[in-house]
Design a protein around this ligand. Structure first.
Ligand code: 1DF
Ligand code: MN
Length: 356
């Protein structure tokens, strides 16, 4: 294959005989960063989590935040160097959380379009190293569905990314389902990426600084995924594919109890909001969901998720640049898997799910 990047010689890591594809890798456009800064400066967002998260990354003067925000905005040689240094062949790029979801509908829709165009240009410049997911603004569901279609059909992107709640609203609300109809019709996955908990539940997280990736992200995003499951959205769109990072945001550990308790509450008609489903809750989590390892470079839960979800459902992700720790790649290089299962984990599952 022809590799346009100039720094192939800096690749130090062992060649495993297949590609390492990283599936949850963040970038930010200059326009998005400018819009975030402007919103923070005029205290224009009432989203407590956004103000905490982007207040930190854009205003805190530490080494960590400076490096993250520089790397986020680089789709050129610095990122390619970092990929080479960690043995990453291909990044599947997505606009950083919370993406465009904190803006009014018109601003969010326009920023999504512009950032998808920039993403497509970066992929065109490095076609062997980058693929991407389309940013969408669920604030306007019809425009989001259209932008997803444009992202796939015109720009060659491989799915959509949604950063959990949109101003406190969740995608199990039927007003958003035209987005799922579009994803199913296009046969592309929707990556439900973490966001900080919505305003209605963030306060006790904030009180001890647990609103971000340390734990709040997983609670928020696991809740979102489970709301989708119990809403019946997968009976309406049986071929809909959802991707979750962070080894499934805790849900794989809960399958047994979710089935017992959800099954019981549905059978007894406890909640008008909980329809009868065609299958057990855990069946949807096994059949409609895929998982990635983003930020979870730890062998026991990786093997657990492969065991309960199947080796064909778990993909590698680094979560660059938020978790750019080169040594962590050793953990997933040294998983004791057969050659075929290891290749599925790093390469072929991602090629199949994202149709690379
Ligand atoms: C962090 C982590 C930030 C992840 C992210 O986007 C993110 C973090 C703002 O550590 O603050 O995507 N992550 O997926 O774990
Ligand atoms: Mn991430």
């Amino acid at each position: 294959r022809v590799d346009p990047s100039p720094n192939r010689s800096t690749l130090l890591r062992t060649d495993l005989g297949f590609k390492r594809i990283a599936t949850e890798e963040a970038f930010a456009t200059k326009d998005l960063i400018r819009a975030y800064r402007e919103l923070l400066a005029r205290k224009g967002s009432n989203d407590i989590g956004f103000n905490s998260l982007m207040g930190y990354y854009l205003e805190n003067p530490s080494e960590r935040t400076r490096l993250v925000s520089e790397r986020l905005q680089d789709l050129g040689p610095r990122r390619i160097d970092d990929m080479n240094a960690t043995g990453i062949d291909l990044q599947i790029l997505s606009l950083t959380s919370p993406g465009v979801q904190i803006f009014d509908a018109a601003t969010g829709t326009a920023l999504a379009r512009a950032s998808n165009d920039e993403l497509a240009a970066a992929i065109a410049a490095h076609p062997m190293r980058y693929a991407g997911l389309a940013a969408i603004a669920p604030q306007n569901p019809a425009a989001a569905a259209k932008e997803l279609e444009r992202g796939i059909r015109t720009l060659g992107l491989k799915g959509a990314i949604v950063n959990s709640h949109t101003q406190g609203e969740y995608l199990d609300d039927e007003k958003f389902w035209e987005i799922f109809a579009a994803a199913e019709a296009l046969d592309v996955p929707v990556y439900i990426h973490p966001n900080t908990p919505s305003n209605d539940m963030i306060k006790p997280f904030m009180a001890r600084g647990l609103d971000g990736a340390v734990f709040g992200f997983a609670v928020e995003t696991g809740l979102h995924a489970l709301r989708l499951v119990v809403s019946g959205v997968f009976d309406r769109f049986p071929r809909l594919k959802i991707v979750l990072g962070h080894l499934g945001e805790g849900l794989p550990y809960w399958l047994f109890r979710i089935d017992f308790m959800h099954g019981g509450s549905v059978r007894s008609g406890r909640y008008a909001s909980q329809p009868k489903l065609a299958k057990k809750a855990s069946d949807y989590l096994r059949e409609n969901f895929y998982y990635t390892t983003s930020g979870m470079a730890w062998t026991p839960p990786i093997r657990y998720v492969q065991d309960v979800m199947g080796v064909d459902r778990l993909m590698y992700a680094m979560d660059y640049p938020y978790q750019f720790v080169p040594e962590e790649v050793n953990v997933t290089d040294e998983l004791r898997l057969s050659y075929e299962d290891h290749k599925a984990f790093y390469q072929t599952n991602a090629e199949r799910v994202f149709k690379l």
